[in-house]
Each structure stands twice: as C-alpha cells, then as structure tokens.
Design a protein around this ligand. Structure first.
Ligand code: ZN
Length: 412
C-alpha cells in the first residue's frame, strides 16, 4: 500500500468514496475506509484497496457502555489530506499530523505524530512544480516507534481534518448504539454477552487483515505482523468471559495521579482518555479530606501495551492535562503487578457506573478536562502550578518521614 493509495483523496477519484479513516485495534494504524449501514443495525467498514473479505462489521448492540462507545468513536475521523509542497508552511510546531511509517519498501502504514520542529529549507522547482525540501521532526504518538522522534519529508505527512465533518453513516450508527445502551439497564450488561461481543467485533475488525491483501502484488499476512488465529480469538473471548464471571477484569497496571480537581468524575476521565488515546482505562477517584483542595485518582489498565501508550500520552513534554479550572495533573506513581493494591482499589465503588454521578454530570455541574499545549500561556500557568504542587508534595513526603522518625523515637 503506497501513501497515495492509502491517503490521498482526489475529487472524482473512486477513492473519494473512502472518506473515513479508521484506526484498527491490531496495529493502531489509520486506514482509508468507507462506512456502510447494514440491516439497520450494523456498521460495515470497507477498506480502500482491500477486498470484501477484509471488511469489519460492528453490531449496534455490541457495546456495553457509553465509555466503550466513545473509545470506538475515537477510532473514526474524516480522511486525512496529503500535505502539498506549497502548503508546508501550514505545518507548525505542536501540531498533530498523520504520517507514514515505512516498515519496508512495500509496507507503509499511517500513525499520528506531533510536530516537534520544522527545518525550513528553500524550495526548488522541477518542471514548473514547487518542490518542498523541508524536514519535519515528528514525535510518534502510536505505532512501532511510539514515543520516539523521526525526520519526515512532505510526502510522508498528511493533515488531519476537523472532527466536525465525521461521516454521517458513522454518526448514525453511533446514535443507534448509544440509544441501545441507554435503554438497557446497566446491571444487565455486566457479565452479559454484550461485553464479549464488543471484544469479538474488535478482534474481527482486524482478523481480516491477517489474510492476503487484495491489491495486485499485495502483501502477505506476515507483513502485517499478525499472530492471532481464530482459535486464539475464541480463547481470548472465553478468558474475558471468565474474568467477568469471576467478578471483574484483572488490573495489572496503574498510574496514580495527584492534584486532580475534586469535581472530576471517573466517567469524565475515562471519556477524555478514550477520546485522546482510544484506550479503555478504568478510573477510580480516591476520597479526600474536606480540608484538601485536590484529590487523587488511579487509572487502571489490564494490558501492557495500553499502559505504555497511556504513559507516553501522559508524559508527553509538549502538553499538560488540566481540569477546566486549570489545575494540572501530576503523575505520582506508576505501578505494575498490583496484586495487593488491586484489593484496596476493588473496595472502592466504581463511580463511573454510579447513576447519581451520571445524573450529576448530565445536569452539567461536573468538571472537565483539557490539554494545555506547550508554547501557550495556559501551558506556562499549568507548568507553574505543577511545580508548586510538586514542591508541596516533596515537603509533605519529608513531613511523613519526620513523623515516622518521631513515632519511632517515642516508642523506644
Ligand atoms: Zn517546505
């Protein structure tokens, strides 16, 4: 698949029907796709340059929560546009672009990246056509080199289009799925087949890509680095169901966040992270004292790859996550293998499923989250506030040590 095959959309070209980009679960790469509604209850995703056998089909009743649906929604967006040579000045620092990563001469895939720097060079002209010779230093947000820098040229960069133009078929399907979630009592969904169906559909969404591509001279499954076969998928689904039957997903990775706004709700955080990263974390907010002006939260994931991806998002030096009041998040600790801590977290009520919280949110009284990008005034303020919190936190840690020391002395 070449960059022009996959991404470039030209008016009048048959590929212009493929006006959606879909980010597959398997490789987190974006593919040009077309969305078709089937039987009034299913969404079929057809991939550009792949035959019908590679389609992915999702059922409207395959989602167990609004958060899960939000994560699914974040995997769609309008088709990105190939950057033209004369447009290179429109690419600036901190901008998120979709860029291609070459696995080999024949295997190219598209991942999101942040522009870290632009090395502007004088353009040349070839047969009257302007040729951009600039270099774009990118910071990968996904893909095999996530969290690293990469130098790209204009031909490797695509501009992400505004989300407001989301494909109407996808929007219609999301509405249908949302209505089905809202009419189904929450309790009947846990431990139900809906949860399994969601995983099954996601697995199905990339299973077809295991097969040989339909394009002439297409790539074999090996090029796609896929190892899953149908037997393994059945095992995965069974295991997921067993986990549910035992009372919940196993949590093995946790990130503790300090300086959270007390008005934030777990559901809002899950939705925000789902939107920004397409990850499905479970979020807990710890109780806080009335004298405290902030609280702590835990973001839990059960997959190492997801955990690493979330760490990269949270550690990104180019932005700071803040609540809408401007209070910046501070990562306190990252924990892996939480057998002991899991038990204590397990005693906290999963507020994200709490109806009172949902009602409170729907009444619009809840806080929200935003991203402050470096170079902005908001980032400067967030950075200063984060420094103050870290200073306070270090001071508090010294006080804890002092108390432990004095307690030790008093008991001698
Ligand atoms: Zn240029």
């Amino acid at each position: 698949m070449s960059p022009s095959d996959n991404q470039l959309i030209v008016s009048g070209d048959p590929s212009s029907e493929y006006n959606v980009e879909f980010r597959t679960l398997e490789d987190d790469a974006w593919y040009s796709a077309r969305a078709v509604l089937e039987r009034g209850q299913a969404l079929r995703i057809k991939f550009l340059n792949f035959d019908d056998n590679h389609d992915s089909v999702f059922e409207a009743d395959g989602f167990k929560s609004l958060t899960e649906l939000e994560v699914f929604r974040s995997r769609f967006r309008p088709a990105s546009q190939q950057l033209q040579d004369h447009e290179c000045r429109s690419i600036v620092r901190e901008m998120t672009v979709c860029a291609c990563y070459w696995y080999s001469k024949e295997d190219v895939r598209f991942y999101d990246a942040i522009v870290d720097a632009v090395q502007e060079n004088e353009h040349s002209f070839h047969e009257g056509e302007e040729v951009c010779l600039c270099t774009f230093s990118l910071y990968w947000l996904h893909g095999p080199r996530v969290g690293t820098f990469h130098n790209s040229v204009v031909a490797d960069v695509c501009k992400i289009q505004p989300l407001s133009d989301l494909d109407p078929v996808v929007a219609l399907f999301l509405n249908m799925a949302r209505e089905r979630i809202e009419v189904t009592p929450p309790n009947s969904l846990s431990n139900s087949k809906g949860d399994v169906l969601f995983l099954e559909y996601f697995l199905k969404s990339y299973l077809p890509l295991c097969r040989k591509l339909a394009v002439p001279g297409g790539l074999s499954a090996n090029h796609l680095h896929l190892k899953l076969d149908s037997k393994k998928i059945v095992e995965l689904i069974d295991r997921r169901q067993e986990d549910r039957d035992l009372g919940g997903m196993k949590t093995q990775y946790m990130i503790l966040i300090g300086n959270m706004d007390k008005m934030l709700s777990p559901r809002r955080i899950e939705e925000f992270l789902g939107r920004q990263t397409s990850l499905p974390p479970t979020v807990y907010i710890f109780p806080s004292l009335s004298s405290e002006i902030f609280t702590r939260g835990a973001i839990c994931l059960d997959c190492e790859r997801d955990f690493q991806e979330l760490c990269i998002f949270l550690d990104n030096p180019h932005h700071i996550i803040t609540s809408s009041t401007g209070r910046p998040w501070v990562i306190i600790e990252k924990l892996v293998g939480l057998e002991n801590i899991k038990e204590s977290i397990g005693t906290l009520m999963p507020l994200s499923k709490n109806q009172n919280t949902l009602q409170k949110e729907s009444s619009g009284k809840c806080n929200d989250l935003r991203i402050a990008y470096s170079g902005t005034e908001e980032f400067k303020v967030a950075s200063k506030l984060r420094g103050l919190f870290m200073e306070f936190s270090a001071h508090q840690e010294r006080l804890h040590k002092r108390l432990a020391f004095e307690e030790g002395m008093a008991s001698i």
